[in-house]
Design a binder for this molecule. Sequence first.
Ligand SMILES: [Zn+2]
Ligand SMILES: [Zn+2]
Length: 801
Amino acid sequence: MGECRSCRIIYTGTVQGVGFRPYVYNLARSLGLSGAVGNTGEGVLVELEGEAERVNKFIREMEFNHPALARINKFDIIPAPQRGFKGFTIMPSEGLPKGVSVVPPDAALCSQCREETLSRRDRRYLYPFTNCTNCGPRFTISARLPYDRVNTTMEVFSMCPECALEYNNPQDRRYHAQPVACPVCGPQVWLTDGLGNRLEGLWASECGRLLNEGAILAVKGLGGFHLVCDAFQGEAIIKLRKKKRRPAKPLAVMCRDMDTVREHCMVTPREEELLQSHHAPIVLLSRNGRNSLPGELAPGMDTLGVMLPYTPMHLVLLNSSAPVLVMTSGNSSGLPLVIDNQRAYAELGGIADFFLMHNREILNRCDDSVVAVHSGGEHFFRRSRGYVPTPVEVPFREGPVVLGSGGEMKNTFCILKDGNAYLSQYIGDISLLEGQEAYISSFENYCRLLGINPEVVALDAHPDYHVAGLTSSVQGRRFNVQHHHAHMAACMAENGIDRPVIGLILDGTGYGLDGNIWGFEVLTGDYVNFTRASHLDYLPLPGGERAVKNPWVCAAATLIHFLGDSGYQSARSLFPDKSPEIATIKKMMKENINCPPASSCGRLFDSVAAMLGICMVNTYDGQAAIELGDMVNKEWGHTISGKGTHLYRKPGSGVGGMSPIGNGSGVGGMSPIGEGLAINPYRYTINGDVIDPACMFEAILKDLQSGIPVSAIARRFHDTVAAMAVEGAVKARKEKVINSVVLSGGCWHNKYLFETTLQLLQSKGFDVHYHRLVPPGDGGISLGQAVVGYKRWKNCSSTVM
Ligand SMILES: [Zn+2]
Ligand SMILES: [Zn+2]
């Protein structure tokens, strides 16, 4: 026998409630090591004794192979005296200090549970709540710490002897799987009509039959209800849209398996990996030419939000019905997701024909996460189910617990403690009472689950946002954080940057320091302070919010403001049926009646989308910008190779070419860059710190008149926005000698705009950072607010910005 070694190893990260201890137990025993493993306040403690070579093998093995849901952030090895352990044991987690361990996120059905659910011989055949240590509900069913069955909504189901055996056997896959259940002892599913009358027969085949007949089902899932219909039936989709009052917003679908996904969409290996990951988000994919799904799913759009069945219930449902089902959030437009059986009848009764219910209570509402692959990596549209409450690590340790309270739309909040930023699940719109209730209950649950209470509150500077009132119960210092500064700080924080940066913040709406609406900002600064280096020229928005809802109003205002009388005439000829309104708009602008000025990139997109006839009215937030972006993304893509990025025309796309398009409308002087990346912007001017887009609008009108295809104009518009942002960065670099750039704000969801700008910046030698962990839109600002609040508190600064 070789030399002996004894040591203690502390693993930190997501290591509790994910089958870490049994994994260690089995590994140590297989290597013939003695010792013990247990949960501690910090993480998991392993005590090891045995032959040095085998101990080393254990350490190596743990580094590269660990349980599917575990994430080791750090491990420390401390030499320890020999204690003469007999064998290897798992220590019980009693006496665990309160409030340190973190409940893991919900995890999608694992392959082994999937097999069992589909195997006739298994005792869990077709059981909709099959789970194990590697999969199943976590966050959504947890009430308190520590993460134990009694603290979850599984408390009311007592385990049958067979489940108890599995639960107590360290060599079983279900050892300490808190939600373990089977048909004998666990939750059950039933199907009812709209009045709550139960339907006879097997739920799965009945659902399949009803969906096939064109019915809309409300299906209770993991984090809330979905509204479900057959994705191949255009009429069912139209009925759903009408009842949900959602005329155009794309509907997500669930596909039976990967083969079904490939039948309808183009899928890259990275996208496939995301779809099949235990996070199981909705992934935005491009449809392929062969797909037979109706256009009603996402009118006018090339992309489709796709997910795979992530619970056994979804798996069984999809195996008994059409291979693709519409699976959209179960709520009335603008309200929070329904999670409660009784409320489902009340709120969804007017939409759904039948209800698929179950009796496992959902404690934490959690919408599906939405992700796309941009520039080869994850890009979040919504970070929620499957990711929350895993924290984002930031480089700030000692100090107070800070609450970043989030924005008004797409709200999330964020609690920062000891270098961990715990972003909440998606809360959404908090302008209505229901959203405010959801905010307060989620906040209370979150504090209880993390076992912490904030001592500092960071808030958006907007005087009308509801977060100020909703967080009034939190005692402690309060800091106001400017909206786009929060965006910038969020991107810095998730990238671990603590030095001055240039922030290219392209966004919809945020309250500016001058009381105006901002949203196309070149900022410079750090976490504490910032300056506005340059920005898009202000546009008066006639009627304020009304202009935001009506892109054609933005377009008319834009043309009148930047091009004067000729612009007014152009607006009238572009929107002939709006002539009287356009006259009123002109009058409002001339007399400055209710025309708040906005320097917003979102409004720039709205204006151009309306001018090109793509979208006149936003029926959902950001519709015009999304449809305009989709038109360009449909036709143009970037491939990434070792040498850089290559811009290419997608096969089968209509018009245009790499050569300059249009005549006489001035080219901005950008030559092809890198491996074939050519952009072709319209002309614009920069006067001092103001970016003036007037020439661009003139050129767009000219191109429209000469019959240049709309998609070609749309692409040149995107190129112009990229060029404006890059020129703003170049100017700021010259003035402030800063080379790091962060990209944040909702407009960076636009893939073509993002990838083009990224390449241009990199080709100019900038050190560019962007979002990979939180959304660039308002779902991410709570992180920025929290770190700004933290830094201001640290600096004992009383500056209110
Ligand atoms: Zn499993
Ligand atoms: Zn059982």
